[in-house]
Design a protein around this ligand. Structure first.
Ligand SMILES: [Zn+2]
Length: 254
């Protein structure tokens, strides 16, 4: 039993245990090219949350990882079979209930560990921050916790070289041979501002990609996945420790 994983711990161990920071991993259930499982984002979230919590725990940080929420915002994939959508307003309602529990029980710090590009917790944490001024609410998209260019050759953001490498490391039994994967070719917007990234419109997934992937997975390896996961977990562990140590009402001046 890992004492920093809520789903594994028990009342006996937990009732007198100090918890300085709760971590809520949040994934999605969706198609990932032809070769990766629908739970890819959940598997990644579980693994990165646990690996980083282990490092932080071993350094004395009282962190607790809550169970990963398995459904994310998939509003742009409405026509892709069994991509399960939670609307942002539903996510806000779930977060509100979880923050209420933490606040009531004196656990005043929450990190939402995002594992899916369609999830955007910033506006929600702004709103909840007003509702719970005693809480310190943080979000982190683990994909940005290490510099992907140092690990991977091909660009991409969905079922790409990075995600395929991670799954080859974490759950090779669930990855089809790479010859069976599509190339993850992305059709770019006809609108210049959107292509350049200074304007935005939600990508309509089935118009953007044939195989549901964005990014060519063919150069993926288990070793790359392991190296990236370790780098990201190291940085996220430091984030946990810093959040746990900071005084909520005196957290600027760094
Ligand atoms: Zn993914």
């Amino acid at each position: 039993m890992r004492p920093y994983i809520l789903a594994e711990t028990n009342w006996k161990a937990l009732k007198d245990q100090q918890v300085d920071l709760a971590v809520l991993p949040w994934g999605a259930t969706e198609a990932h090219n032809y070769h990766l499982p629908y739970a890819t984002d959940v598997i990644e979230a579980d693994a990165i949350a646990a690996a980083s919590a282990k490092i932080a725990w071993d350094n004395g940080t009282k962190v607790m990882v809550l169970p990963t929420i398995p459904f994310g915002v998939n509003t742009g994939q409405a026509d892709i079979k069994l991509d399960i959508n939670l609307n942002p307003s539903t996510q806000l309602a779930i977060l509100d209930d979880i923050v209420a529990v933490l606040s009531r029980q004196g656990i005043k710090k929450l990190l939402v560990l995002n594992s899916h590009g369609g999830n955007d917790f910033k506006p929600m944490l702004r709103e909840l921050g007003l509702r719970y001024p005693d809480m310190f609410l943080v979000s982190c998209f683990w994909i940005q916790a290490a510099d992907r260019k140092q690990f991977f050759e091909a660009p991409g953001d969905h079922a790409d070289e990075m995600e395929t490498s991670l799954l080859l490391y974490l759950r090779p039994d669930l990855v089809l041979p790479l010859e069976e994967a599509g190339e993850g070719k992305e059709r770019k917007s006809k609108i210049k501002g959107i292509r350049e990234g200074w304007a935005w419109s939600e990508r309509q997934w089935s118009m953007v990609t044939e195989d549901t992937g964005v990014g060519n997975p063919k150069a993926a390896t288990e070793e790359k996945g392991k190296a990236f996961l370790e780098a990201a977990a190291h940085n996220i562990a430091n984030l946990y420790t810093e959040i746990a140590q900071v005084t909520i009402h005196d957290r600027y001046g760094g």
